[in-house]
Design a protein. Structure first.
Length: 207
């Protein structure tokens, strides 16, 4: 099982990665989505902030205090909508950076051991979980939303990249099939495109 030290490199870098990717972009990128009913980068930032405040460290402390005797309080997936009203993308980037730094400092103060990582908790939906699984999910959750933000940005180029769309998974819907190449493309390029499509299908299945 990954220890806390294995997770920190991801958790420490996420605020800087998002800041570098999003700060200073034209405003429409912050509101870009992958389609109706999906989140924008601004929505993702609000969701990440809500997680820093109510999920990751609070649930660590919940496990340390209650074990699996008391389920976690449910996480409100829509809480960020009202909380983010009237804020700018730069504001939420700054807020996330500060909250993440404070949470990582708190995590270090807990001096968690390998035995602690095996402590049981109870998720309101999944049932039995461990503290280690919860922390690993924190890091994977960061990566999942980094992928989501990147796709929001990439989809804005879907209609302007021309035939290169066949090679660019980031501009296509996740559930889309491969765009077949014109007859003049050679067999190696055809196989490459099929490989891109199969990889994308694997991503959808694992997600």
């Amino acid at each position: 099982m990954a220890g806390v030290d294995d997770l920190l490199p991801i958790l420490e870098r996420t605020p800087a990665v998002l800041d570098s990717l999003l700060r200073g972009l034209p405003a429409h990128f912050g509101d870009a989505t992958e389609g109706a009913g999906t989140w924008s980068p601004f929505d993702v930032m609000g969701h990440l902030i809500h997680g820093e405040r109510t999920d990751w460290i609070p649930r660590v402390e919940h496990i340390l205090r209650h074990g699996d005797a008391v389920p976690f309080p449910p996480f409100d997936m829509a809480a960020h909508v009202d909380a983010s009203q009237g804020r700018s993308l730069d504001d939420v980037l700054d807020d996330f950076r500060k909250l993440r730094a404070a949470n990582l400092a708190h995590l270090a103060e807990l001096h968690l051991t390998p035995v602690d990582l095996e402590r049981p908790g109870r998720h309101p939906e999944f049932g039995p979980v461990t503290l280690g699984q919860h922390l690993a999910t924190w890091a994977a959750h960061d990566l999942d939303h980094l992928l989501q933000v990147t796709r929001c940005l990439g989809r804005q180029f879907e209609d302007v990249v021309g035939p290169w769309r066949a090679y660019l998974r980031v501009v296509r819907p996740l559930d889309s099939g491969v765009i077949r190449p014109r007859s003049g493309i050679d067999a190696r390029e055809d196989a490459k495109i099929r490989g891109l499509c199969e990889d994308g299908a694997d991503e959808v299945a694992s997600g």
